[in-house]
Design a protein around this ligand. Structure first.
Ligand code: SAH
Length: 353
């Protein structure tokens, strides 16, 4: 390993921070040995905060209808071949009931920006879920909304919100999104969510088109300063009916590298080993855990809709029942020396409050 690389890793472990230029160098100089060293240090930090616990969140994909046209996403509005569906309140609640029996204590409702889910509709669903399962956390991942909307959903009982920032570089953001969407509004949303009191998750795709070590360094600096409770990162995977259909997918190795870097920056962060990571490598999620991740998000959506929520090609786990997914993951996590726990898995920072 390059001696400069070793020094940067040691500094990161010691101080939890590097300058933007140093982050960029860290990424450029990386090799297999650096990846191995970072993984070792990152799992040690994770163990110090979380022991051997890995948290689960049951993902319920509530709608594939979306008004946006993000260039990377398979459910973008202009994909006329996308199969569209939306789950009813009853379907969502029954997915959660099934998940509860399986040991899930967090439910994540994710979907496209579907106008059907007005504040009234979504607040009613959130309140019903919280009433049925008061010991569970409800996470929303429904895209950009007005501050008042985020507030109403929080008041209805939502605990957390996931909204990936996608990239912390203004120009890069514009290359990934249509002109109707703006970097400033994305940031506005993230700051509003935090201000309201949500546990907030940001994140980005690794290897998205036009991403460079410089834009990645900006992502790291943003994450360090924003201090999200969670950070979702997974490889970009092209979808065959989007403008990015011919772009290269993101790499396993760089994703693992960045998971470790983020763990060293923010030791108490919740870091999922994503489904996208499991899609590009059969052991991707296990490798993610061994690089410092501590969350998995198996699918609780009805099997009948799973293939329709197609953000990218070849998504895994679209055929199994929820119980099978849980069992399969339990085995996979065991292989990493960790264990899947029955717990809400709140951010340690929130428990302190
Ligand atoms: N509408 C919600 C949910 C989006 S889907 C929102 O705006 O937050 C969740 C995440 O999937 C996105 O934030 C994006 O980072 C990721 N994603 C979308 N298309 C992808 C692709 N082709 N490959 C990998 N990840 C993708």
């Amino acid at each position: 390993m390059d001696i400069r690389e070793r020094k940067l890793i040691e500094k990161l472990e010691d101080k939890g921070t590097l300058s933007p230029d140093e982050y960029e160098q860290l990424i450029i100089l990386r090799d297999d040995q650096a990846l191995e060293m970072l993984g070792r240090l990152a799992t040690r930090k994770r163990k110090a905060v979380f022991g051997d616990a890995v948290y689960t969140r049951g993902l319920i994909e509530i709608s594939s209808i979306c008004k946006n046209n993000c260039l990377y996403c398979g459910i973008r509005k202009d994909n006329s071949e996308a199969k569209r569906y939306r789950l009813s309140k009853e379907e969502i609640c029954s997915c959660a009931d099934e998940g509860y029996e399986l040991g899930f204590r967090t439910f994540v409702l994710q979907g496209g920006e579907d106008a059907f889910f007005t504040d009234d509709v979504l607040c009613d669903i959130v309140a019903s879920l919280k009433k049925a399962h008061p010991d569970c956390a409800v996470t929303l991942s429904m895209g950009e909304r007005k501050r008042e909307s985020y507030q109403a959903l929080f008041d209805a009982g939502a605990d957390r919100y996931l909204l990936r920032h996608e990239t912390a570089d203004h120009k890069h953001y514009e290359l990934l999104h249509p002109k109707e969407m703006s970097f400033d509004n994305r940031m506005r949303c993230l700051h509003d969510l935090k201000d309201i009191g949500y546990q907030v998750g940001c994140g980005f795709m690794v290897g998205s088109p036009y991403q460079t070590p410089k834009t990645l360094a900006k992502d790291l600096v943003f994450i360090e300063q924003f201090k999200p409770d969670m950070c979702g990162i997974g490889p970009f995977i092209p979808h065959h009916n989007t403008p990015f259909r011919d772009e290269a997918k993101g790499s396993l190795e760089l994703t693992l590298f960045l998971l470790s870097v983020i763990r060293l920056m923010l030791p108490d962060i919740l870091l999922p080993a994503t489904t996208a990571l499991g899609t590009i490598d059969p052991k991707g999620r296990e490798k993610g855990i061994m690089a410092g991740a501590n969350v998995v998000m198996p699918n609780l959506s009805p099997v009948s809709v799973r293939k329709k929520y197609e953000l990218y090609d070849n998504k895994i786990c679209t055929g199994e029942e929820s119980a099978q997914c849980r069992g399969c993951l339990e085995e996979r996590i065991k292989m990493t020396g960790c264990r899947l726990v029955v717990d809400r898995g709140d951010s340690p920072r929130v428990k302190e409050k």
